[in-house]
Design a protein around this ligand. Structure first.
Ligand SMILES: [Zn+2]
Length: 187
């Protein structure tokens, strides 16, 4: 379900907060196009910290593994990354389907290490929105559809008070991969 309780703007603000707290950068230096690694100086462990802060804020679970790892797990070793650590054409086709508008530099044969630098504030915001949009139509506890947002970030059932549960990030990626594979038969 596409929820309208939490806006992209609110997610952007929360992500900015998480980035400032984790990386100690000036809030004004963060734009939607900032690369977390190249522009804001994030290292891989910082992503865990930022993800944790987002999870606490919204009450959801971010993906632990990137799309490429899920492709290899679902469709076999070597399907996403060849033996030289370069992205396969099929992996690029898939990534473009998902991130094309955010990652315009994607090309087959690029080194997999070039991918993390392409993570921007905008692509992370979109990742969070995807999870929030997995909000079920009805409360899992009382069955009413009466979701309300609390302080703009946490969603609760207005009928019984139950906190919203979202599909976790990894399951969302797997479901998406299954759907794309059925439609496009890339692998
Ligand atoms: Zn309820």
């Amino acid at each position: 379900m596409s929820q309208n309780l939490i806006t992209e703007e609110q997610v952007f603000e929360e992500l900015k907060k998480a980035i400032v707290e984790t990386l100690r950068v000036d809030e004004n230096s963060i734009t939607p196009d900032s690369s977390l690694i190249n522009d804001l100086g994030a290292e891989s462990l910082d992503f865990l910290d930022i993800n944790y802060r987002l999870e606490q804020a919204f009450g959801m679970k971010m993906a632990r593994h990137f799309v490429l790892e899920h492709i290899e797990e679902m469709f076999g070793e070597g399907t996403a990354i060849d033996e030289d650590g370069r992205l396969t054409e099929k992996a690029i086709e898939l990534l473009k389907t998902r991130f094309g508008h955010n990652m315009s530099d994607l090309k087959a044969g690029m080194d997999m290490d070039e991918i993390p630098v392409m993570i921007t504030v905008r692509s992370m915001t979109q990742g969070v929105m995807d999870i929030l949009n997995s909000l079920p139509e009805k409360c899992t506890k009382c069955g009413n559809s009466a979701w309300q947002s609390d302080e703009g970030v946490k969603v609760k059932c207005g009928s019984c008070g139950e906190s919203a549960t979202y599909t976790n990030g990894d399951d969302l990626i797997k479901a998406w991969l299954t759907k794309v594979q059925e439609e496009k038969k890339i692998f």
